[in-house]
Design a protein around this ligand. Structure first.
Ligand SMILES: Cc1cc2nc3c(=O)[nH]c(=O)nc-3n(C[C@H](O)[C@H](O)[C@H](O)COP(=O)(O)O)c2cc1C
Length: 358
């Protein structure tokens, strides 16, 4: 697509609806705060600062180690309901794990959430990868290929229930049977709220190309970005569709590059190796997403791309991601509230000058 026709870069926050978001490190310069009150304050600050969307993580238990990384987390459908009610313009996502939600229930909750937010809700649909989480519920993790076949059925059901005449949608697959499926209210957004997937395996890429609106991806480096983003977009074109890609940077800036790098070093020096190992081995057994990451890279935002330096350097690196084919970012911060406010004052104006954001 010609550069002039491209939508502006979408700025999102990977929200701390969980403990120890998202550095797998015991370095914490301020008290950990996953509470709703904190999330609401950050959401309202993000809206004022010019962010476009908020994105939570969905977890059912922590990853051990001294931090018990992500051990406490707010469930994301209920979280989104409250955050949508506390904001006016910003888009808010929920994340659902396919094995633990019935798609008709998710469709009904989604219709409800989109009405609460007056057309501002979106959904991230995760096939699931943590055998520990699902084992706790007595749910077996399907083999990777079948997992994505089931996720395909899940999304087809959501779309059917959201777009077809209520009471008319029927679906039969090895996983679901929907007879005269009825969901009212259907969402406000037409044809339906944005659908995200955040897998990077071949199966995930094909799913996104066929059925999703966004791929939220975490390439291991800026250099790896164009190949990954192009692949998603070309596959979608093969199905006569368009998809957009968002990256996951960990953004940290100080007066000087040296100070910023020193802070990064402190995070990495105090890596919670046990939690990082649990996270990585869960992902590498249960998914195909962890190639190209070291444990120390996980310390800094669990696989996020480090975007570090002065305000100008950070703005340039974010603008580069846009040039390299990313259509948006979900940003991780160290000091969530303060950095959200500072980002609005110090980085957004630079991105506007560069013509990257609206
Ligand atoms: C930005 C981003 C957000 C994600 N959020 C979650 C999440 O909330 N819960 C979860 O279980 N997995 C999450 N994941 C993991 C992916 O959804 C996916 O399950 C994993 O990468 C394995 O998929 P794959 O084997 O198809 O690559 C996220 C990944 C990324 C890049």
């Amino acid at each position: 697509m010609p550069e002039s026709e491209r939508d502006p870069f979408q700025l999102g926050i990977f929200m701390p609806n969980c403990s120890h978001a998202y550095c797998i490190s015991s370095y914490k310069p301020e008290p950990d705060d996953w509470t709703y009150e904190s999330n609401k304050n950050i959401a309202q600050a993000a809206e004022a600062a010019g962010f476009d969307f908020l994105f939570p993580v969905s977890r059912w238990r922590g990853f051990g180690g001294e931090t018990n990384y992500l051990g406490t987390s707010l469930e994301t459908m209920t979280w989104a309901a409250a955050i949508l009610a506390a904001t006016q313009t910003i888009r808010v996502y929920s994340t659902v794990h396919v094995p633990v939600f019935h798609p008709l229930v998710a469709a009904k909750m989604g219709g409800t959430l989109d009405h609460i937010g007056q057309g501002r809700w979106g959904i991230n649909i995760v096939s699931g990868w943590s055998a520990t989480e699902f084992g706790m519920m007595g749910i077996e993790l399907l083999p990777h290929k079948e997992r994505y076949q089931r996720t395909t059925a899940f999304i087809e059901i959501l779309k059917g229930l959201w777009t077809q005449e209520p009471g008319s949608f029927t679906h039969v697959s090895p996983w679901y049977q929907i007879t005269d499926g009825y969901v009212m209210p259907q969402p406000m957004q037409q044809p339906h709220p944005p659908i995200v997937n955040a897998g990077t395996s071949d199966a995930a890429r094909d799913l996104v190309a066929r059925l999703c609106d966004w791929a939220f991806i975490a390439p291991p480096s800026a250099e790896a970005t164009p190949d990954m983003a192009d692949d998603f977009k070309q596959r979608a074109q093969g199905y006569g569709r368009q998809v957009r890609c968002a990256g996951m940077p960990f953004v940290l800036w100080r007066e000087t590059e040296r100070e910023a790098q020193a802070e990064v070093q402190r995070i990495m020096d105090q890596t919670d190796m046990v939690a990082a190992q649990n996270w990585a081995s869960g992902l590498s057994i249960g998914s195909e997403s962890m190639t190209g990451f070291s444990l120390k890279m996980l310390a800094l935002g669990a696989g996020a791309l480090p975007v570090v330096g002065t305000a100008e350097q950070v703005a340039e690196q974010l603008a580069r991601l846009y040039e390299l084919g990313m259509d948006g970012v979900l940003i991780e911060f160290l000091h969530y509230y303060d950095d959200t406010v500072r980002f609005g004052k110090e980085i957004v104006p630079l991105l506007r000058q560069m013509g990257v954001v609206a």
